[in-house]
Structure formats: structure tokens, C-alpha cells
Write a protein that binds this ligand. Structure first.
Ligand code: NAD
Length: 324
């Protein structure tokens, strides 16, 4: 039986990945600095560890016999643009530490395969209508934010260990991911979750505020599709960073309209200044498509799976507050 370690298993994508690996028959250890907030872990074993400390990386990777076949490194101090735009020092400090210590320890301990979760934040800003960028176009580097710079550095650290040790390194650059069991409030939530929350909180006929002017272009990837891509990439021969994401590009305004339609409410939108991030995105998926992966879930379907979960969280929080 394959043994897999998932770092960041108490988080959104890590939690979904644990479920996928269990379904595929692996023995899974999850590790995180905190428990999963929204669902009990499905890992065979779950350790609470701060992976910024090298001895904790060693503890996470230690088994009574042998070595992990696979390590999935998804732990990160991260959030949506609201968080990324202010927590620059925390992001640079915490993520660099845990990424450097994890790959170093994993390679030294003889892990066979190592997955690193990077981001399309490594790319420069784009204008609407620009031709797509391939993975190689991340250089010359000009990420829009410090989160992207740290990811680029961590990619290179992981690739260097891949060249000098017997560890096969796989790197995915994720596009915006959304789905149930992700952060939906508190300041770290990403755009799809934030908009679902605002619509769920609003009265029918009410108004919600959205950052920017609605014209920024994004592609949103449903979490089941992303996890499928991680699994395929990890077990493929594809070396080097690989974009994973939906090819359905939409404006923020279209995202908002989709959420409103799924909610079945009449809501007006007021655009207000805020940290929007880049203007446009358009990335090649040729590499990940070459191993047979395609995003299957449309934005509308994904929001139909996500909105009811966030609506339930909003109602539960409201009920809890009204009984205090
Ligand atoms: P998340 O915040 O839900 O999960 C990250 C987890 O890492 C959290 O549970 C957090 O507690 C844990 N963590 C943070 N610091 C830690 C530490 N010092 N020790 C141990 N655990 C620690 O985020 P997510 O959306 O699941 O993202 C997973 C990975 O994918 C991250 O590397 C993120 O940068 C990357 N990514 C996510 C998206 C997205 O849209 N969600 C897009 C691009 C890249």
C-alpha cells in the first residue's frame, strides 16, 4: 500500500486531497498547524505540527519502518487578495521556512515523490485579450505580489533538490480554486467564497459590495477537478511546473452574476475600491492536457455545489450569534 503524507491537510485543498488519496487506496498521514475547521479529517493519522521548524518536518516524515512514497506539500500561510496584500512579511517568512525545510528533509530522508503546490501568482499581470502564457513565460519573472515571488523561489528550491537527490519533484501552478469546506469568512477567503458569503448574507432585494469594477478576468477551478489534476500530475512523468486550471475565463462581474443566479435572489452590486490583484489571466493548459486532464465542472455547476454549503455556514453562524 502506498504511503502518502499530506502537508496542509487541515486546509481546504489538502482536506479534499486526503479524501482522494484514501479513495485511491493509499495510507495517508495528514499534518497541519491546526485541525480542519469544517470537517473531521479522513486521514489514517493526523499530526499537529508547525512545519516551519525542521525537527517538525522530520517528525512529520518519520515512519516506524521505511519512508513515505509520496509527500504532497500544500501547507502555506495564505488567503485571498485581502490577506495577500497586507500579510507580505508573514507570507515571505512562514512559507519560505516551511517550503525549504520540507523539501530538504524529504529529500534527505529518501522520499520518492514530492509534490509542491505553486500558484499562477508567479506570472506577471496581463491585459485582456493577450495570448496565453506557457509555464516558461514565468521568466523573466515579474509576479504581482510577494506570495507569487515566494512560490517562484520555492519552486526553484524544490527543483534543485529534485536534480541533486533521488526525489522526483512535481510542481503544479494552481489557478483560483473554490468549493465546499474552504475558508469563507475571516479575511482569508478568496473571491468565489467571499461573494457566496455576501450573497448568502444579503436580504432578497439587497445590495452587496464587491472590490474593483467587475472587469478583472479570472478562471475558477472546482476543487474536485484540481485534486484530480494533482493526483494525475504526481503519478505522471511530467517534470517542471505545470499549470492546472479551468479554461473557462470569466469577469468578476460574471462570477457575481453566477452566484446571484444560483442563490435565486435579486441582488444589486456596488463596486468599491479594494485589492483586486491582476487585471487578466490566460494560461496554457497544454502540459496538463497532455496527460489527459481536463476540468469537468463548469463555474455554474461548481457554484451550485459551493453556494449551498456557504449558505448553511452563514445561517449556522447567524443562529449561533442570535443565541449568545
Ligand atoms: P488553506 O489555507 O486552506 O490550507 C493551507 C494549510 O496550511 C492551512 O490549513 C494552514 O493551517 C496550513 N499551514 C500554514 N502554515 C503552516 C505551518 N507552519 N505548519 C503546518 N501547516 C501550516 O489553503 P488552500 O487553499 O488549501 O491552499 C493549499 C495550497 O495551494 C497552498 O500552498 C496554496 O498556496 C496553494 N494554492 C491555492 C490556491 C487556491 O485558490 N486555494 C491557488 C493557488 C495556490
Amino acid at each position: 500500500m502506498r504511503r502518502a503524507l499530506v502537508c496542509g491537510a487541515g486546509g481546504f485543498i489538502g482536506g479534499h486531497l486526503v479524501k482522494k488519496l484514501k479513495k485511491e487506496g493509499s495510507w495517508v498521514r495528514g499534518v497541519d498547524i491546526k485541525e480542519h475547521e469544517f470537517a473531521p479529517t479522513q486521514a489514517d493519522e493526523f499530526l499537529l505540527l508547525d512545519l516551519r521548524e525542521p525537527e517538525n518536518c522530520k517528525a512529520a516524515l518519520s515512519l516506524a519502518d521505511g519512508t513515505f512514497d509520496e509527500v504532497y506539500q500544500l501547507a502555506a500561510d495564505m488567503g485571498g487578495m485581502g490577506f495577500i496584500s497586507v500579510a507580505e512579511c508573514e507570507i515571505m517568512h512562514n512559507n519560505a521556512l516551511l517550503n525549504v525545510h520540507m523539501i530538504h528533509t524529504a529529500a534527505k530522508m529518501g522520499v520518492l515523490r514530492y509534490f509542491f503546490s505553486s500558484s499562477v501568482c508567479v506570472y506577471r499581470d496581463m491585459q485582456p485579450g493577450e495570448p496565453e502564457l506557457t509555464e516558461d513565460d514565468a521568466f523573466p519573472a515579474h509576479p504581482d505580489n510577494e506570495y507569487g515571488w515566494e512560490k517562484l523561489y520555492a519552486e526553484r528550491v524544490a527543483m534543485a533538490y529534485g536534480r541533486h537527490y533521488d526525489t522526483n519533484v512535481r510542481i503544479a501552478r494552481f489557478q483560483n480554486c473554490y468549493g465546499p469546506y474552504g475558508t469563507w469568512t475571516g479575511g482569508r477567503e478568496k473571491a468565489p467564497a467571499a461573494i457566496c458569503r455576501k450573497v448568502a448574507e444579503a436580504e432578497d432585494g439587497g445590495v452587496i459590495e464587491v472590490w474593483g469594477d467587475g472587469t478583472a478576468i479570472r478562471a475558477f477551478t472546482y476543487v474536485d477537478d484540481l485534486v484530480e489534476g494533482i493526483y494525475l500530475l504526481m503519478h505522471s512523468d511530467l517534470e517542471g511546473p505545470t499549470n492546472i486550471g479551468s479554461s473557462q475565463y470569466v469577469t468578476v462581474d460574471e462570477l457575481v452574476e453566477t452566484v446571484i443566479e444560483v442563490a435565486g435572489k435579486r441582488i444589486k452590486v456596488k463596486y468599491v475600491p479594494g485589492p483586486v490583484g491582476v487585471q487578466a489571466r490566460n494560461f496554457s493548459k497544454a502540459r496538463i492536457h497532455s496527460i489527459g486532464w481536463r476540468a469537468k465542472v463548469s463555474l455554474k455547476e461548481g457554484i451550485e455545489y459551493t453556494y449551498p454549503w456557504i449558505e448553511t455556514q452563514v445561517k449556522a453562524a447567524r443562529d449561533a450569534n442570535s443565541t449568545v
